[in-house]
Design a protein around this ligand. Structure first.
Ligand code: HAM
Length: 429
């Protein structure tokens, strides 16, 4: 026998029980985004590789080692499965002239791909809800994006998610800080690990992000970017904090928050939980004022964030949230040829009235079909045998309570009876 095939490591199937949970989650997400005026955009999963190199940066973990890249065998073009959505979203905004109609508030939901070592909360295919606003320069939108997070956690019944913020200033300010940082690290060259040495002259800021315990004290005492920020950058940062304070959203300033993608300037932020182990960042983002121009568009300020769907769903479950699996209103049981033909007509007729019907398929005795009806969670069973078919009738059985008699009705009266009972039981609840 040939070996059964498995999904690719780090890329998971989302089975129906789980997928229903995801759909409920996505409904919440869409209505939350609508509440803030965001509109959907859908970009391709595959983009030209240079897009990510230019946007995310050549000396980043993502571009150096995590991208699924391949050559198009027909024309030799270098392509990559998107590791994140901001680059593609900005490309689409430029390509379709949306940047000329700023300001824009956009969101996307979908798969991203990173060749990381899989572990709990870290996958090679994962899903993000990405939120981007193009054309706003002030700190108000940064703050609003952060407030959006706070509202979503409340909507989802989540608490204890810590907000960390920082300002990365402007490129000139970072250049001065970078020079100071390089001198500082050179003074401590003897304790730098291989990763840090490799990054010393290419991306010294990322050394501050190291997980190596031996470097923690040295990194804690390193020159701080905040001390190199000019007046305008400080005012922007203060503007964000003021809105957060006014709204009563607690935050921690984390000077070591530098993010793993190079396009950021000014505000960066992360929402972090301690309930998910090592992969506790559920949402992260910041301002990226240079990216539109860097990708060939007109200079346009922008800001955004993305949430990891797998991590948020895990957190909702961890916090005891479990949305009920949606059940049909009616399970339609039928046996015999005439009954089956009538059953199809009845099912479509009920659906015309907005009633959800699970029509039994695959035959079997009344008894086994009734078992399936009970297991489906349906509110009613509608039962049609050849006797009923002959008179254009059906049995209606209420499944929510034990011992309720079933009644025989004309099939044309079923919809009214079902809707009436559904309204009554909603009122009782
Ligand atoms: P990021 O920090 O790379 O930012 O990813 C955002 C979120 O995606 C993370 O906080 C995490 O929840 C989730 N995530 C990332 N990698 C994985 C993984 N391997 N497995 C599971 N979840 C993961 C960005 O991607 C930026 N594009 C965010 C942004 C939008 N900045 C501005 N606009």
């Amino acid at each position: 026998m040939s070996q059964t095939l498995q999904s690719v490591r780090g890329m998971n199937d989302i089975l129906p029980d789980e997928a229903e949970f995801w759909e409920v989650f996505e409904d919440t997400i869409r209505s939350w985004l609508k509440g803030y005026g965001y509109r959907p955009i859908r970009m391709p999963i595959v983009e030209p590789t240079p897009l990510f190199k230019r946007a995310i940066g050549e000396v980043t973990d993502i571009v150096e080692k995590e991208m699924y890249s391949f050559e198009d065998s027909l024309n030799g073009e270098q392509l990559t499965l998107r590791p994140e959505g901001t680059a593609g979203c900005v490309r689409a905004v430029i390509q379709h002239g949306l940047a000329n109609q700023v300001p824009r508030r956009l969101y996307y939901i979908g798969q991203m791909f990173r060749h990381e070592r899989p572990q709990k909360g870290r996958y090679r295919q994962f899903h993000q809800v990405g939120v981007e606003s193009i054309g706003f320069a002030g700190p108000d939108i940064d703050a609003e994006m952060i407030l959006m997070g706070a509202r979503l956690w409340a909507d989802l019944g989540l608490d204890g998610i810590e907000l960390q913020i920082n300002s990365l200033g402007q490129p000139e300010e970072r250049a001065q800080h970078r020079a100071a940082l390089i001198s500082y690290f050179e003074e401590h060259a003897e304790i730098l690990d291989e990763d840090a040495k490799r990054r010393l002259y290419t991306n010294p800021l990322r050394i501050l992000d190291t997980k190596n315990p031996a470097l923690q004290d040295m990194c804690a005492a390193a020159p701080k970017l905040i001390d190199y920020l000019g007046e305008a950058s400080l005012a922007h940062f203060e503007g964000v904090q003021r809105v957060l304070r006014d709204a009563g959203v607690p935050f921690v300033i984390n000077p070591r928050l530098v993010r793993g993608l190079d396009y950021y300037n000014l505000t960066v932020f992360e929402w972090v939980t301690d309930k998910l182990g090592a992969q506790g960042t559920v949402c992260a983002g910041g301002r990226y004022d240079g990216l539109v121009e860097q990708l060939g568009g007109k200079s346009t300020p922008a800001c955004g964030f993305a949430m990891g769907v797998e991590r948020l769903i895990a957190l909702i479950k961890e916090s005891g949230g479990e949305p009920a699996a949606p059940a049909p209103d009616v399970y339609l049981v039928h046996q015999g040829e005439a009954a089956s033909r009538l059953a199809f007509r009845v099912a479509e007729g009920l659906r015309d009235h907005g009633i959800d019907v699970l029509l039994h398929c695959g035959g079997g005795s009344f008894k086994s079909q009734m078992k399936k009806a009970d297991g489906s969670g349906a509110t009613f069973a509608v039962v049609i045998g050849d006797d009923e078919a002959a008179t254009g009738e059906a049995q209606l059985k209420y499944l929510r309570e034990e011992g309720v008699e079933q009644r025989k009705l004309k099939v044309d009266d079923l919809a009214d009876a079902i809707i009436g009972q559904l309204i009554d039981s909603d009122e009782e609840e």
